[in-house]
Ligand binder design. Structure first.
Ligand code: ZN
Length: 241
C-alpha cells in the first residue's frame, strides 16, 4: 500500500471506528431489551400467582361446601325416614333403638351444619380477598403495560438509530480496501467493538501495552497498517493523521 493510501485509509478507519462504537453500543442496548421485557413480564406474572392461588382455594371451598350440603340433605332424609319408622314399631326395645339411631343422625346433622357454616364463612373471607387482589392486580397490570410500552418504544428507537448509523456506515466504508476492512471488522468482533486505537504515551490505546520505539517508527512510516502485538488492534498516531 502506498504511503498516501495508508494515511487516507487510516483517516477513513478513524471515522468508521467512531460509527462502529456507536453501533456497538446500540446493538448492545438492542440485545438487552428482550431480557428487560421478560423480566417485567415475569415480575407481573409472579404477582398474579397469589390471585390464581386464591381462586383455586375458593373453588376448593365451594366444592367442599356442596359435598357437605349433599351429606346434610341425605342426613335429613334419613332422620325423616327413621321418624316415620318410629310410629310403626311395636316393642319398647325397638322403639328405644330407633330413638337412639335418630339421636345419632341428629348429632351428625348438627356437625354437618357447623361444617357448612364454617365453609361459607371461609368462602366469604376468600371472596373478599379475591376482590381486593383484583383491584391490586388491575393497578399492577396498568403499571406493567406502561413499563412494557416504554421498553417497546425504547426498542423501536434503538432500532431506528441502528438503521440510521448503518446508513452512515455504508458511506464510511467507501474507499477502504476490502482486505483492510475485513481485518478491521474481524478485530471489531473480537475486541468488543474497538479495533482502531491511537497510540497513547507510547502505549496501545486499546490494551495499554507499552510498544517499543520501532513500532512507533513503523506507524509513522505509513507503508502499512501496524497492529498491536498484544491485542491485534490497528494502531495510529493522532497527530500524524
Ligand atoms: Zn493492544
Amino acid at each position: 500500500m502506498a504511503q498516501g493510501t495508508v494515511k487516507i485509509t487510516l483517516g477513513k478507519l478513524v471515522i468508521l471506528q467512531e460509527i462502529d462504537l456507536e453501533l456497538y453500543e446500540y446493538k448492545r442496548e438492542l440485545a438487552e431489551k428482550p431480557a428487560q421485557a421478560l423480566t417485567l413480564k415475569a415480575a407481573y406474572e409472579k404477582k398474579r400467582e397469589h390471585f390464581t392461588e386464591l381462586e383455586a382455594k375458593s373453588k376448593e371451598i365451594d366444592l367442599a361446601r356442596k359435598t357437605k350440603e349433599l351429606d346434610l340433605k341425605s342426613k335429613e332424609q334419613s332422620i325423616a325416614h327413621a321418624s316415620t319408622q318410629l310410629m310403626t314399631l311395636k316393642t319398647n326395645k325397638e322403639y328405644q333403638t330407633k330413638l337412639f339411631e335418630i339421636e345419632n343422625l341428629k348429632a351428625d346433622k348438627s356437625l354437618l351444619e357447623e361444617d357448612v357454616l364454617r365453609l361459607m364463612e371461609s368462602s366469604e373471607r376468600i371472596l373478599a380477598e379475591i376482590s381486593k387482589e383484583k383491584e391490586f392486580l388491575l393497578e399492577e397490570e396498568k403499571q406493567y403495560l406502561a413499563e412494557k410500552e416504554k421498553v417497546d418504544l425504547e426498542l423501536a428507537s434503538v432500532q431506528e438509530k441502528i438503521t440510521s448509523v448503518e446508513a452512515r456506515r455504508r458511506e464510511a466504508v467507501v474507499g477502504i480496501d476490502p482486505a483492510t476492512l475485513s481485518t478491521y471488522e474481524q478485530v471489531v468482533r473480537n475486541r468488543g467493538g474497538l479495533a482502531l486505537v491511537p497510540l497513547v504515551g507510547g502505549a496501545c490505546g486499546g490494551c495499554f501495552m507499552h510498544l517499543p520505539q520501532q513500532f512507533v517508527n513503523r506507524i509513522k512510516m505509513f507503508d502499512q497498517i501496524v497492529r498491536c502485538e498484544m491485542c491485534a488492534r490497528l494502531l495510529y498516531i493522532k497527530e500524524d493523521l
